[in-house]
Design a protein around this ligand. Structure first.
Ligand code: PRP
Ligand code: MG
Length: 214
């Protein structure tokens, strides 16, 4: 009989990749870094690791193609409200913020009424603005969002802020912090019982690692 394995997704490349592999390693699960192959197995624990694009992971979890993932909570807030949230993992801390050009005087959210906002997080922005009773024109782009005001594409942007250096380099200032995020264990709402049993073991190990880190 084929051995049951837990399918875990991690970010293919980018900020989460290294720390995700590190926490799995600290939990005693060693796998390759995914630079060569997009799928790898651990030698000593029944898991299979898939290296995927962040934004695709919620759909894979929903479909049950992947059982569990390590990704930014901000991605779940944007497009994975139905995905089960497990342990917060303490790394990749960031904010999702609205920012405006440094040269603009910012008095408050009302300044964004009727303005054009470039973002990769349309749902998050929509929810936030709706709650504040503001309506704005959203322009969705997938990367290099901070360039938008400089090229006349938007009045403001909404994106992830970590060190703040991307905002700084693009002459922008943080206007509103919409939410705070960090890496989290994201669990499929359709996980099988057999794989849930493996996940229980993984979560137990991760909790010990997190305890030891604090
Ligand atoms: C991410 C994010 C911000 C930046 C924030 O972009 O979209 O632009 O990092 O980090 P910082 O505050 O430390 O500068 P990334 O570099 O991943 O590129 P992309 O937006 O083009 O995908
Ligand atoms: Mg960026």
């Amino acid at each position: 009989m084929k051995e049951e394995k837990l399918r875990i997704a991690i970010q293919k490349s980018g900020r989460l990749n290294e720390d995700s592999l590190k926490i799995l390693k600290d939990a005693g699960i060693s796998i390759d870094n995914g630079k060569e192959q997009l799928k790898a197995s651990a030698r000593n624990f029944p898991v299979e690791v898939l290296y995927l694009r962040n934004g695709d992971i919620p759909q894979y979890l929903r479909d049950g193609v992947v059982d569990v993932a390590i990704l930014g909570e901000n991605v779940l807030i944007e497009k994975g409200k139905d995905i089960i949230r497990g342990e917060k993992l303490g790394f990749s801390k960031c904010r999702v913020s609205l920012a405006v050009p440094k040269s603009v005087k910012y008095n408050g959210i009302q300044d964004l009424e009727g303005k054009k906002i470039a973002t990769s997080y349309p749902n998050t922005v929509k929810d936030y603005l709706a709650e504040k009773g503001i309506s704005a024109d959203l322009h969705i782009i997938n990367g290099s969002v901070e360039i938008a005001p400089n090229i006349g594409l938007a009045d403001a942007i909404c994106d992830i802020v970590s060190s703040g250096s991307t905002l700084f380099k693009n002459n922008l200032k943080e206007a509103e912090v919409m939410l705070k995020s960090e890496a989290i264990l994201a669990i499929s709402p359709n996980i099988s019982e057999a794989r849930q049993a493996i996940l229980d073991k993984l979560q137990f190990r991760l909790k010990s690692v997190l305890n030891a880190r604090t």
